[in-house]
Design a protein around this ligand. Sequence first.
Ligand code: HEM
Length: 141
Amino acid sequence: MKSLLLSLGLLMMVTACKTTSAPEASLYQRIGGKEMLYTISSQTLDKVAQDPATKRSFEGVKMATLKQSLADFLCVQTGGDCVYEGETMKNSHAELNITTAEFELMVQDLRDTLDANHIGTREKNELLKILAPMKRDVVTK
Ligand code: HEM
């Protein structure tokens, strides 16, 4: 009887713990917040803007502004409390004639940047899953 009561008591404690545990952190929080998203934006854009296979679209573009805009965009997309004031993906890429090859190279640069900053596999896959459907708005050629 005593051990039954003890087991019941333990069970109640475990259940109480489960119901009071904090909600899962957002992708934004798990990635590392605004600062890390800015780092990811900046390093990825440095790579695409320097690679001869992707750099043509960035000629004449104000990179400091673009880096901040992409960071804000990623912040909103991952559940952060930011304001993105830029254009839609369709409008901002409409005139650029971006190819599938260029899109895939940028995704690879993003993957490399996430790895270099030790972002977890789960977070990396969640972010890539959010961005993947945007291909239809970015690639126009
Ligand atoms: C899922 C992939 C992509 C996302 C999420 C993305 C996101 C963005 C964002 C948020 C902006 C800023 C728009 C604004 O401030 O109004 C932007 C602009 C730009 N993107 Fe992308 N982009 C993607 C793919 C690409 C690719 C593959 C290229 C070229 C290789 C590219 C080239 C550019 C350029 C050149 C601009 C600046 C346009 C301008 O200022 O006139 N983007 N992108």
